[in-house]
Design a protein. Structure first.
Length: 196
């Protein structure tokens, strides 16, 4: 699964950029702090795909910041809201479990899922990276999210809220610390591929 996860990251340059940035801010620690993160240091192309979520008391998730592409895809801006104020059922349970697992493991997580609606089939890939908030506990999650539509389908937001359709979880993979050097470009596969 690790090889698959890092291959997917290399196929999604925005998410790879987020992981590379987070790794640089982490340094020798297992998790960087929120104050280490400076959006002005990130690629402008990445910012619309970011969301900052706080894990609050009672394991409630509070959205602190939502990028414009995520707002466009969800057709709503949930900044300042708790997830249970606008989500319910299967989707809320999935997201809550995903964030709590990340908090416990203190590792980035690559998650892929598919939403099936009458008019749209949308696949999404998320990279979630943990952050502390002035202490040792993981309290924040910086999430990058990209969206893919079925071939030939218009790349427009879906007509129904994302939580209103059938959710299919494709993968949820914590990223092993040992494998994270895979964020660097792979070496040439043979001498014939090497530049002369």
């Amino acid at each position: 699964m690790q090889d698959y996860a890092f291959r997917r990251l290399r196929e999604e340059p925005l998410l790879l950029a987020l992981l590379t940035y987070w790794e640089g801010k982490r340094g020798d620690r297992d998790v960087p702090d929120r104050r280490d993160i400076d959006p002005t240091e990130m690629s402008p192309a990445l910012l619309p795909h970011l969301c900052l979520i706080e894990i609050c008391e009672g394991d409630r998730l509070k959205v602190r910041l939502v990028g414009t592409e995520i707002v466009r895809q969800h057709r709503r801006d949930n900044t300042g809201k708790f997830a249970d104020e606008y989500l319910k059922g299967e989707y809320l349970a999935y997201l809550t479990a995903l964030y709590l697992d990340l908090r416990a493991r203190r590792l980035p997580v690559l998650a892929e899922s598919r939403f099936r609606h009458i008019d749209t089939q949308l696949e999404t890939t998320r990279l979630l990276v943990p952050l502390t908030m002035g202490g040792a506990d993981v309290r924040l999650v910086l999430m990058g999210q990209v969206f893919r539509y079925r071939s030939g389908q218009a790349n427009t937001p879906i007509a129904q809220p994302l939580d209103a359709g059938l959710l299919e979880v494709l993968n949820q993979i914590p990223l092993d610390r040992v494998k994270r050097d895979a964020t660097r470009p792979p070496p040439p596969s043979s001498e014939a591929d090497a530049p002369s």
